[in-house]
Design a protein around this ligand. Sequence first.
Ligand SMILES: *[C@@H]1O[C@H](CO)[C@@H](O)[C@H](O)[C@H]1NC(C)=O
Ligand SMILES: *[C@@H]1O[C@H](CO)[C@@H](O)[C@H](O)[C@H]1NC(C)=O
Ligand SMILES: *[C@@H]1O[C@H](CO)[C@@H](O)[C@H](O)[C@H]1NC(C)=O
Ligand SMILES: *[C@@H]1O[C@H](CO)[C@@H](O)[C@H](O)[C@H]1NC(C)=O
Ligand SMILES: *[C@@H]1O[C@H](CO)[C@@H](O)[C@H](O)[C@H]1NC(C)=O
Ligand SMILES: *[C@@H]1O[C@H](CO)[C@@H](O)[C@H](O)[C@H]1NC(C)=O
Ligand SMILES: *[C@@H]1O[C@H](CO)[C@@H](O)[C@H](O)[C@H]1NC(C)=O
Ligand SMILES: *[C@@H]1O[C@H](CO)[C@@H](O)[C@H](O)[C@H]1NC(C)=O
Ligand SMILES: CC(=O)N[C@H]1CO[C@H](CO)[C@@H](O)[C@@H]1O
Length: 898
Amino acid sequence: MLFLVDLVLFSGFWVFGSSNPDGFLSLSCGGSSYTAAYNISWVSDNDYTETGNTSTVTYIEGTSTSSVPIRFFPDSRGRVCYKVPVRKDLTSVLIRAKFVYKNYDSQNQPPAFRVSLGRRITSTVDLRTKDPWIEELVWPVNNDSLMLCLLAVKGRGIPVISSLEVRPLPLGAYRRSLEGSPDIILRRSYRINSGYTNGTIRFPSDPFDRIWDPDQSFAPFHASLSFNRLTRLSSLNITENPPASVLETARVLARKDSLSYTLSLDTLGDYYIILYFAGILSLSPSFNVTINNEVNQSDYTVTSSEAGTLYFTQRSISKLNITFEKIKFNPQVNAIEVYEILQIPPEASSTTVSALKVIEQFTGKDLGWQEDPCTPLPWKHIECEGSHVTSLFLSQINLRSISPTFGDLLDLKTLDLHNTSLTGAIQNVGSLQHLKQLNLSFNQLKAFGSELEDLVNLEVLDLQNNSLQGSVPETLGKLKTLRLLNLENNNLVGPLPQSLNRTGLEVRTTGNPCLSFSSLSCNNVSSTIDTPQVTIPLNKKHKKQNRIAILLGVSGGALFATIIIFVFMSILTRRQRNKERDITREELKMQNWNTSRIFSHKEIKLATRNFKEVIGRGSFGSVYRGKLPDGKQVAVKVRLDRTQLGADSFINEVHLLSQIRHQNLVSFEGFCYEPKRQILVYEYLPGGSLADHLYGPSSKKLSLNWVSRLKVAVDAAKGLDYLHNGSEPRIIHRDVKCSNILLDKDMNAKISDFGLSKQFTKTDASHVTTVVKGTAGYLDPEYYSTLQLTEKSDVYSFGVVLLELICGREPLSHLGSPDSFNLVLWARPNLQAGAFEIVDDILKDTFDPESMRKAASVAIRCVARDASGRPSIAEVLTQLKEAYSLQLSYLAASAHTD
Ligand SMILES: *[C@@H]1O[C@H](CO)[C@@H](O)[C@H](O)[C@H]1NC(C)=O
Ligand SMILES: *[C@@H]1O[C@H](CO)[C@@H](O)[C@H](O)[C@H]1NC(C)=O
Ligand SMILES: *[C@@H]1O[C@H](CO)[C@@H](O)[C@H](O)[C@H]1NC(C)=O
Ligand SMILES: *[C@@H]1O[C@H](CO)[C@@H](O)[C@H](O)[C@H]1NC(C)=O
Ligand SMILES: *[C@@H]1O[C@H](CO)[C@@H](O)[C@H](O)[C@H]1NC(C)=O
Ligand SMILES: *[C@@H]1O[C@H](CO)[C@@H](O)[C@H](O)[C@H]1NC(C)=O
Ligand SMILES: *[C@@H]1O[C@H](CO)[C@@H](O)[C@H](O)[C@H]1NC(C)=O
Ligand SMILES: *[C@@H]1O[C@H](CO)[C@@H](O)[C@H](O)[C@H]1NC(C)=O
Ligand SMILES: CC(=O)N[C@H]1CO[C@H](CO)[C@@H](O)[C@@H]1O
């Protein structure tokens, strides 16, 4: 669970002593207020927050011992912010933040985190590489307060800060040759006091309290000469106003022909360079200034007793070579500043922001939506491209209707409002011209409305599990880019518009009373009406009349009489053909059901105590807990009317289920097949699902250490291997996921929810297309191009399960940073790089790295984009067994040494 906590420090008044330098603000993070040398007042941040814990660390730096306060934020793995007032009359301020770890927690694990200033992420602070770490930023004052935030990086420890200083800078400083781009933050790379070696210079020598570093190791091949106060500088007419003490020393070429600084830079980026020259000698040398091998300024002259500057910007560089080539007398330089140029991203449009704020109110929840939706980090439930909000994901909240406000989110490409209690007609989306994916599934929508046809860029429209009625509007055919139209489990009837029958568009229709392209046969209607007749043959005649009545009612008009007769005839013919396959109860009993039983509905009612205890729900119906007369515990799966299979399909299904037996597959106990009742009875597994263990109450989660996770993985792989390679026919599961892996009381894992019903395309004509029951986050990416699921699709889904076992998080999760939303995309590069920081915290220090490496490597191969790159489940099983035994011997060895 990540928290988004804003620690806002806002001191609306200036509390400094009368002689505190004007405009200085110095926050002692986690410390107390005190006055330091030169009357600089340090203010504690203590009074302004309840967030974060404080401590003090002492460390040795050079020859001196420092003791500094720190504030760290253990319970806010999201974001913490300091909001600091700034004088509006300034053009820019210097912000200096100091981050100190120095093992304050005795864990020896220096954290890494990101820092943002306003809308821009400016830096990644990695205290492993440098501790203390000082960030200096020049911020163009564009607001009366600035917001500096620490953004946690998942798995990289707790952000920590020691001090934060704000210093006014001279008016107009650090803007030359950056004109026309006001939205720039400068991040200090170097500030060198050339020719000076005796320590740093700062306040009060520099009234703006910049820290000028001594010039020691920057140009090792040249003699460092300093000329102190040889000449009085008559004028210091430089906007940046460097202190005289800095300009009074210079590095001067001694012997060679050129003087050179080679500076390495943190990141590849754009840099801003300022060179300071002062005529401290009686000579006036002239030279060429070459930056990264290009002469930028030729024949520059430093006039005796005068000061001057050169400004440069360099694009896309990662190192810097500044060379001064002699023309007359020896070249010299007095100071050098180098800054990384950081563009401030534009603000999101105010329409978008206010629309989102209104939507937040609609939800009745505090979604933590503050500041800018896209920068520095996108809000929860939102994804951005630049400053455009392109995705909005809201679910499990009560919206009831799509309010007009949604129509203002003009940049949306993805709108996901599944399970938000929407009712009525689909509305207020017509203006979303960029929309590619619209998910309104699992609501109670009744009508299509008239706006869908305006969504000219729509690719995926998911309307499954709603209450849509009537027929599918012809106008949906206008959506030329549509690839997937999911209408499953609604109350739709009638032929689908032919305009939707085209290659590249998949229409899913199961779970509707009567929905297919063919206008002449309506197999679903016939099969529901057929059903009673299968088991109660005496009713045959009666039912036929019934059917005619129903069909008349449905089509309601003499005009269609011919069609009706046609339909009737075709059903009759079909019946004739199928007659010998009609199955009576007696016949059912005579078949070989192995150990499976045929239950009567009465028996089921008794076993479940009249369907008292629901233990699961799905789109197919509910699962109840039951107890057979012999004491055996069972899980009873009752199919909803609309998801019932045709008679043949159901018999085929239960027949297959009763033949499949494997210790790692949930065993099938029997079934009930009576009019309008299709019930499957399975063994009951008391251990719950793997998902319960990984994401349920923490007590359960603790029981899942690495060795038991590997055991679960091995078991599940065995079950899947049997489906793929051991059973006849071979079975593709199509919905492998954590909630379909169940555990018995001894923590043996078994796969559930397998069978034929998901792949009945060829044998059952009532299914228009391949029915995919995949789950978001687990679905083979190749499916979208091939529209086919294969054994390798199961391997992919299984790979996602392995990643969940390793990382302890769900396949799609908005809880972390945006780049971690998709488990596969996030974990793959990390695990490939051996970055085990992303391994579930609970497993830390308890796993054998070799075992983890093996499991991670097979997981990564399973989720290869290309199906051909994925291993077979048999190979996965072999690898997992090895990882398992590695971990076992590791545990044995550590038990031995303990
Ligand atoms: C500090 O402030 C006090 C008065 O508040 C003043 O007397 C003293 O001179 C100041 N010291 C410096 C170094 O500015
Ligand atoms: C942080 O402070 C809270 C409350 O003051 C305390 O419960 C918690 O244990 C502290 N955490 C650490 C890591 O010191
Ligand atoms: C200043 O920043 C705050 C948020 O920190 C924002 O709400 C406000 O609109 C900004 N004001 C200006 C003038 O940009
Ligand atoms: C260096 O600075 C110290 C005081 O900061 C001073 O005592 C010393 O004389 C200086 N050395 C040189 C070579 O200037
Ligand atoms: C200071 O520099 C500005 C522009 O760089 C120039 O216009 C002005 O005359 C200079 N003033 C002095 C006293 O040199
Ligand atoms: C820096 O640039 C100068 C002139 O282009 C060149 O002679 C010198 O070798 C370069 N130094 C390094 C370390 O690249
Ligand atoms: C200085 O630059 C000019 C123009 O690029 C060039 O012609 C000249 O040779 C350079 N001089 C030296 C000493 O590099
Ligand atoms: C769908 O279209 C194809 C070709 O356009 C046609 O052959 C086929 O019969 C149509 N399917 C149905 C069910 O109407
Ligand atoms: C001669 C030359 O290359 N001049 C460039 C020096 O650098 C500034 C700023 O980077 C450019 O604007 C000049 O064109």
